[in-house]
Design a protein around this ligand. Sequence first.
Ligand code: P6P
Length: 339
Amino acid sequence: MKPISLIQFLIEERRANHINAELSLLIEVVARACKRIAVATGKGALGDVLGNAGTDNVQGEAQKKLDVISNEILLEANAWGGHLAACASEEMEDPQPIPDGYPKGHHLLLFDPLDGSSNIDVNISVGTIFSVLRCPDNAVEPKAEHFLQPGTTQLAAGYVVYGPATVLVLTIGHGTHEFTLDREVGSFVLSRRNLRIPEATAEFAINMSNQRHWEAPMQRYIGELLAGKDGPRGKDFNMRWVASMVADVHRILTRGGVFFYPMDAKIAAKGATGKLRLMYEANPMAFIVEQAGGVATTGRQRIMDVQPTALHQRVPVFLGSKQEIELATRYHMDADEAQ
Ligand code: P6P
């Protein structure tokens, strides 16, 4: 059967009244920008793209040159199309309005332009994560508060993983679908429709070096996985940790598994509420995972139900195979009730 391109897929979805023309254009523009990011990322040492930019982002983290380049590519690509009212990015403190002189649309785009960028200099997969919200009708000049909508209001979410292949994973609320970049033609081609995360798994992803800082329920849950078939779970578990959320989540969407970035004493000592960001990491990944039959919580509630209070707000992230995420979440809720 002739492969379906991203554009053909979006036309199908418009005919099914799952998306409108403006949202379809937005997704195409973001996908096209990510092709440019793939080219920049793929240059490695041959392009002046590695190393630090010499600046810090709003999170106080040293920006990689490719963080800045990727952010600029996404802003430029989305400025003129008339599909957006404003953008928000991990790399910018405040939302970026559409420049004067260009038409404004009805959507808000949030993105982490290059997640996992600490892996770039060691040539490990990184990715772009994006989320789309509807701009409130009364927001003539969109401000941060107009972005503070719970994850359940997302119209679309996706990521592009820049790995051996460049792969776009997208949901518009009717399943999660995978498109692989045909580099010879230059278009994303539908490679898997309706991805499904198996409800059970024997593979977990977490940064074990933080173990001594975790809350007791996390210690208990991970301790049971490590005990393997000699422990209460009665089976051995495998561990993976890429330290690039997009790569870890893509593995889970491909073969199942669970991913945790829990709250811990180190994070709490900084006065933070988690490591990963709600609006442009946790929410889009939660939408993608739920649409593939998985579960995504903060350990205490569904991620997509969290009412945001700040644009760069952080949350704990538990996501992946249903049975394991529900068990880990129950351990945390039981511990809270016992207090
Ligand atoms: P750690 C990358 O910086 C990131 O935001 C996610 O992509 C990744 O899962 C996590 O942080 C890695 O964190 O503490 O293992 O470096």
